[in-house]
Design a binder for this molecule. Structure first.
Ligand SMILES: NC(=O)c1ccc[n+]([C@@H]2O[C@H](COP(=O)([O-])OP(=O)(O)OC[C@H]3O[C@@H](n4cnc5c(N)ncnc54)[C@H](OP(=O)(O)O)[C@@H]3O)[C@@H](O)[C@H]2O)c1
Length: 320
C-alpha cells in the first residue's frame, strides 16, 4: 500500500491509522459521558498490539481520553512490540491560556506527562485539542512549543479543530504542519473548503470520524441505534443521527452493497491525496480484524466511483 508523507517529520505511514479514543473506556467530563463505554483493558492492549504488529503505524490519542488511559495503553503496546510507530497526542488549552493568548509556564510539564504515559522521549505530533475556532494563531505565543521542538521533545505540531472555520483558521495562520478534522462520506466540506489550503501550505490532514461515529454500519440500514448512558453517542443531536441514517440508506439505494458500506466509506477518505491519515476508531478485536482484511486489498490503486453519493448533501444541511 502506498505510504503517505508527513512534512513535519520527514517520515511516511500507511494511509489507515488508529484512533485511540474508543479504547479509553468509560469516563465523563462535566457530568456528561466522554467515552464509548467500558472496554476491557486486556482486550484494548491486545487490539493495539495486534494493530501495530499488522502494520498500522499511526496512532491518534489525547490526554483527555479517560485522563490519559488511552495514552498509557498505547505506550504499553509500543513497548511490548518494540515497533517504531508515529504517535499523535492532544492537549487542551486552559481557559487562562485562551484568554491570555499564551501558554502557561507549566505547558511543558503537561507535555512531559504525555511522554511519561506513552513511555517515549519524543511526541511525534502534538495537537492543541478542540480550541475555540476564533483563536488568532498569528498572535498566540507558542514559544514553548517551538522550544520543545528545538529540543527534540516534539516532532511537529498543529490543531485538532472544533469547527470548519477553526480548521481553516489554523492552516491560513500556518500554525504548525498538521490539521485534524472530520472527513467522511457525510461530511465532505473539507474537499472544497480545506484540501486546497492543505496542499498549498504543505500541511498534513488527519481525517477523523471516518465512520461518522460508527453510524456508518450496515446494521443501521434496518435497526435504530441504541447507545448506553456511558457512551457519549447517547448525547448526539437526534436530528443529525436521523439525517445520517437516512443518508446511509441513500448510498445503499445508490448501489453500495450493505456488506461493502464500511469499506467504501474508508476508501472514500483514503483515496483523497490531501488526506495523510484516516484514523478509524476501533473498539473491538473483531472490528480490527475486519479493517485489516480491507487493508490487505490493494486499495490505493482502485479507481473509486463516487456516484454512490449522488443526492447526498455534502454535510448535515443544518451545519452547511
Ligand atoms: N476533537 C478531536 O480531536 C476528535 C474528535 C473525534 C474523534 N477523534 C479521533 O478520531 C478517531 C476516530 O473518529 P471517531 O471517534 O469519530 O469514530 P469513527 O472512526 O467515525 O467511528 C468509530 C466507531 O466505528 C465503529 N467501527 C469501527 N470499526 C468498525 C468495523 N470494522 N466494523 C463496524 N463498525 C466499526 C465502532 O462503533 P461501535 O462502537 O458502535 O461498535 C467505533 O466505535 C477517535 O478515536 C479519535 O482518535 C478526535
Amino acid at each position: 500500500m502506498k505510504k503517505r508523507y508527513w512534512y513535519g517529520l520527514q517520515k511516511e505511514t500507511n494511509p489507515i491509522g488508529f484512533g485511540c479514543w474508543q479504547i479509553a473506556g468509560s469516563h465523563s467530563i462535566g457530568g456528561l459521558p466522554n467515552g464509548w463505554g467500558e472496554v476491557d483493558t486486556k482486550e484494548a492492549l491486545h487490539i493495539l498490539i495486534t494493530a501495530i504488529n499488522s502494520g498500522i503505524d499511526f496512532f491518534d490519542t489525547a490526554q483527555g481520553y479517560n485522563s490519559g488511559k488511552s495514552e498509557q495503553l498505547l505506550g504499553e503496546a509500543i513497548k511490548q512490540t518494540k515497533k517504531d510507530v508515529i504517535v499523535c497526542t492532544k492537549i487542551v488549552l486552559t481557559d487562562d491560556e485562551i484568554k491570555k493568548q499564551t501558554l502557561d509556564l507549566n505547558f511543558s510539564n503537561r507535555v512531559e506527562e504525555s511522554l511519561k504515559r506513552l513511555e517515549k522521549d519524543r511526541l511525534d505530533i502534538l495537537l492543541i485539542h478542540n480550541p475555540p475556532d476564533n483563536i488568532r494563531w498569528t498572535e498566540f505565543d507558542y514559544t514553548q512549543i517551538q522550544e520543545l521542538q528545538k529540543s527534540g521533545k516534539i516532532g511537529t505540531f498543529g490543531v485538532s479543530a472544533r469547527g470548519l472555520n477553526g480548521a481553516k483558521n489554523v492552516v491560513e495562520a500556518k500554525f504548525g504542519t498538521v490539521l485534524e478534522w472530520v472527513f467522511n462520506v457525510f461530511e465532505r466540506r473539507p474537499v472544497s473548503n480545506l484540501f486546497p489550503l492543505i496542499e498549498q501550505n504543505k500541511f498534513n490532514f488527519i481525517a477523523r470520524s471516518p465512520l461518522s461515529r460508527g453510524l456508518i454500519n450496515p446494521k443501521y440500514l434496518t435497526n435504530t441505534p441504541i447507545f448506553n448512558d456511558d457512551d457519549f453517542r447517547s448525547t448526539l443531536p437526534a436530528d443529525w443521527v436521523e439525517w445520517t441514517l437516512d443518508s446511509l440508506k441513500k448510498i445503499h439505494a445508490n448501489g453500495v452493497a450493505a456488506d461493502d458500506i464500511i469499506r467504501q466509506s474508508i476508501l472514500y477518505c483514503i483515496q483523497n491525496k490531501a488526506v495523510t491519515s484516516t484514523i478509524i476508531g476501533i473498539r473491538t478485536t473483531r472490528q480490527l480484524e475486519d479493517i485489516l482484511k480491507m487493508n490487505t486489498l490493494n486499495i490505493h490503486s482502485e479507481c473509486l466511483n463516487n456516484n454512490f453519493l449522488d443526492g447526498v448533501p455534502e454535510c448535515f444541511p443544518k451545519w452547511a
